[in-house]
Design a protein around this ligand. Structure first.
Ligand code: SF4
Length: 264
């Protein structure tokens, strides 16, 4: 993995189309691209991570001009990827968010977030979301090679919840033909490990992503690319029949557990 320090015009981006899933007003990503290398993620398709030059000072300058709201960190790239151990951009960003009284929703797959419990617990309104794709170790290991196991991620959700930090699980992305049979078990685990909510999002394959992902998929199961081609057609998401089927299954199952599908 290569790293490069790069100048960025703007660090804090205002969300103009209200985000219903992650719920927030601003997006901040300390890094561009992600070294965790999940095979379904376009943030991992380049072999380079860009480090935002003068990140902390720039955030301080920009944040004072913003009206209060919720900042989302980690919706594009993981804020706790390995480079964070050296730069501590995310840790310092949390301090700024706390000092300026903004709310926070942070998403990650990394146990490095445990380092920052001290600051997270001092932010007024904070939610931490961990995403998984499966409880099946073989499947997760194939698509997510460099992050803690799904079980360890669940244990971190439990740990944070027990510390009083609002934490939840997300099934992102939903991989068709691979996880349907375990959706109920995942929801059951979310409840068992004290997740306060369960979010979910379907796989999106835009432009060149399709070809790259289908090539990975072929190595996992040679029958799957054709099935995905039928399901996606020329769209970047699965067909509406499939989406409705999965949405109904998840919402109905969560309903039985009284588990919210929005951040509480
Ligand atoms: S951890 Fe998140 S951002 Fe990083 S490669 Fe995986 S899905 Fe992409």
């Amino acid at each position: 993995m290569k790293y490069k320090i790069v100048n960025y015009k703007k660090i804090i981006n205002k969300i103009t189309n209200k985000d219903k899933l992650f719920i927030g007003d601003y997006i901040i990503d300390p890094y561009q691209n992600c070294e965790f290398g999940c095979k379904y993620c376009d943030s991992s398709y380049e072999d380079i991570v860009y480090i935002k030059n003068n990140f902390i000072n720039r955030v301080k300058e920009e944040i004072i001009n913003l009206s209060k709201g919720t900042i989302i960190i980690g919706s594009v790239v993981d804020p706790y990827q390995n480079i964070e151990k050296n730069y501590e951009y995310t840790r310092n960003l949390l301090k700024i968010i706390k000092e300026n009284n903004f709310n926070l929703h942070i998403l990650t797959k990394s146990d490095l977030i445990l380092r920052d419990i001290d600051i997270l617990s001092k932010i007024n309104d904070v939610s931490v979301t961990f995403s998984i794709i499966s409880l099946n170790q073989k499947l997760s290991d194939f698509f997510e090679t460099k992050v803690p196991s799904s079980l360890n991620r669940l244990k971190i959700v439990e740990k944070l919840s027990k510390k009083g930090i609002n934490s939840g699980l997300a099934i992102i992305p939903i991989l068709p033909y691979l996880i349907e049979k375990e959706i109920v078990d995942i929801i059951d685990s979310a409840v068992k490990y004290k997740s306060n909510y369960l979010l979910f999002k379907h796989l999106e394959l835009k432009g060149y992503q399709k070809e790259i992902f289908y090539n990975h998929l072929k190595l996992f199961d040679s029958n799957l690319p054709n099935k995905y081609m039928d399901l996606f057609g020329s769209n970047f998401i699965p067909n509406s029949e499939y989406i409705d089927y999965i949405n109904d299954l998840i919402i109905e199952t969560c309903g039985k557990y009284n588990l919210s599908n929005v951040i509480k």
